[in-house]
Ligand binder design. Structure first.
Ligand code: HEM
Length: 143
């Protein structure tokens, strides 16, 4: 995916430090995702958004994505992308997180990306092709 990587990296660079804003957008769109976090379940999103715990967890998720994006486009490290995704999926499966929840997460996430970056057809295609490949790995593990 050497040809797709520059488009992914260029758009990711525009939002990679919006950690809190990204997780807030996901929880706002899908409260059922928020409810799967013991720390956040049933709490007022507007209030938890301002907490250190929320910043810490947002940064864990977004840093994971940054790690993947930094590896994309380098064939020599494809197996490490696969390894990271398999580990992440297994960790979430163990917590009872489903494929359906991940699909919802992705819908909200892609909406955020489109509305906060300079978006065009090549960028959209790059995220679709590389995203589909990564989701196939994650979805083969989740139920
Ligand atoms: C789809 C809905 C999701 C749910 C319900 C979910 C749930 C959780 C929970 C309950 C934790 C443990 C939090 C804690 O330490 O108290 C966690 C950790 C984590 N999640 Fe998620 N997660 C979701 C999606 C994602 C996605 C899409 C990513 C990244 C692409 C991600 C990356 C992480 C990372 C990196 C951690 C910290 C490491 C770990 O403990 O596994 N999560 N997640």
């Amino acid at each position: 995916h050497c040809d797709k990587a520059p488009f992914i990296k260029a758009s990711w660079n525009q939002v990679k430090h919006n950690e809190v804003d990204i997780l807030y957008t996901v929880f706002k769109a899908y409260p059922e995702i928020q409810d799967r976090f013991p720390k956040f379940a049933g709490k007022d999103l507007e209030a938890i958004k301002e907490t250190a715990e929320f910043a810490v967890h947002s940064t864990r998720i977004v840093s994971f994505m940054s790690e993947i994006v930094s590896l994309v486009g380098n064939p020599a490290v494809q197996s490490s992308i696969d390894l990271l995704l398999v580990k992440m999926a297994n960790d979430h499966k163990a917590r009872g997180v489903t494929k359906e929840l991940f699909e919802k997460f992705n819908i909200a996430f892609m909406g955020y990306l489109k509305s906060h970056t300079t978006w065009d057809e090549k960028t959209e295609n790059a995220w679709k092709v590389v995203g589909d490949e990564h989701h196939a790995i994650v979805y083969s593990i989740l139920e």
